[in-house]
Design a protein around this ligand. Structure first.
Ligand SMILES: *Cc1c(COP(=O)(O)O)cnc(C)c1O
Length: 357
């Protein structure tokens, strides 16, 4: 008998979206925070030519991609590491700095992968309470112990959609012990007010992560990146697959970054669809909290009611994400998809409201 290590055997599998819908219905997935819009045509243009290079391993230094990131954000290319999605960087970072006996702290309704990566590295996961679905800096600070090695904050948050200004993150950083690493995951930053936190990395104890998966419409290309203090980058890099991002994905991501106007237009259109959807839900008596992302969290009175709404949507082919795994079983999370998908979701919820409440 082959035995997995106990810390792996006791872990749950990562909770992916349940993709089953009613028979004969076209699938409308609003479950994975994927972009409703295709990536920039400039990103796609370079892809075909790059296929010629498939016999070769990709550039392990992500040279063109880092140059494009540097030009876009005004950050030092030497401090950038790129990952096969920011998930690869999160996992490597947590494994580098936390192991058995160490604690990784996040907030109550934080991104579920922080927990997965922590448990996968054999460390202990702790969560501090939120206030009104907002990361609470004082609660995080109160939960720090002598064993805390890393504090993870997704800003904006997933699945809450709420956002903290830079001043609050700086206050957190200043109050944390200097030997505690702060991981700021900005997967949805393009949807939030511009309030850069890059400068926090200069202290040597803070990392900021971004991804091309959301605003740039490249979830399938698997490209994330982060700004790392040099001493941290050299350690984390040891755990990255040295050929982590395919050549084609590097070309696509570079092209997408060089078309900022297209990305900004995607963000603008997504936000307009999101606010229309919130208005439509408000009209049927369902208050949806403000979101700084490409999704909204829809609260119901209780878990059974949320489950009933989820079943009604699924019967019509519309998949939302149940939030039981996030400690919010009375909520569903809806990714902002195409206009007709949002119209369908709002219509189904309207009919369900009439017959159930
Ligand atoms: C979607 C998401 C990611 C991105 O993961 P990728 O691996 O880059 O696709 C990271 N953090 C949060 C909070 C997310 O919601």
């Amino acid at each position: 008998m082959i035995h997995a290590k106990p810390h792996i055997a006791t872990m749950d599998a990562y909770a992916l979206a349940d993709m089953t819908v009613g028979p004969g219905k076209p699938l409308v997935s609003l479950a994975q925070n994927e972009s409703a819009f295709a990536p920039s045509p400039k990103a796609i243009e370079g892809a075909r030519a790059s296929l010629q290079d498939c016999p070769l391993y990709p550039d392990p230094d992500w040279t063109d991609l880092r140059a494009a990131i540097s030009a876009t954000h005004g950050v030092d290319p030497e401090k950038i590491l790129c990952g096969a999605g920011s998930m690869e960087l999160i996992a490597a970072l947590i494994r580098t700095y936390a192991g058995p006996g160490d604690e990784v702290l996040a907030s109550e309704y934080s991104y579920a992968f922080f927990r997965t990566a922590t448990l996968g590295g054999g460390a202990i996961y702790r969560a501090a309470p939120e206030c009104d679905l907002m990361v609470d800096v004082d609660n995080l600070l109160a939960a720090v112990t002598a064993r805390t090695r890393i504090v993870c904050v997704a800003n904006p948050g997933n699945p809450t959609g709420t956002w903290l200004p830079r001043a609050e993150l700086a206050r957190l950083r200043d109050a944390l012990p200097p030997d505690v690493l702060l991981l700021i995951d900005e997967a949805y930053a393009e949807f939030a007010p511009a309030d850069p936190v890059w400068d926090l990395t200069a202290r040597g104890d803070t990392v900021v992560l971004r991804t091309l998966s959301k605003a740039y419409g490249l979830a399938g290309a698997r490209v994330g990146w982060g700004l790392f203090p040099p001493g941290i980058a050299s350690e984390v890099r040891k755990l990255l697959n040295p050929n982590n991002i395919s050549g084609t994905s590097q070309v696509i991501a570079t092209g997408a970054l060089m078309d900022q106007a297209y990305m900004q237009e995607t963000v603008r259109k997504t936000a307009a669809l999101r606010e229309q959807f919130r208005d439509d839900l408000r009209a049927i008596g369902r208050a949806v909290p403000p979101s700084h992302t490409n999704f909204v969290l829809i609260p119901f009175p209780d878990a059974a009611t949320a489950g009933s709404a989820d079943a009604a949507l699924r019967a019509e082919g519309v998949l939302l994400r149940g939030m039981g795994g996030y400690g919010l079983p009375h909520c569903l999370r809806a990714t902002i998809g195409a206009a007709e998908s949002m119209r369908l979701a709002a219509d189904v919820l309207g009919q369900w409201t009439e017959s159930h409440l």
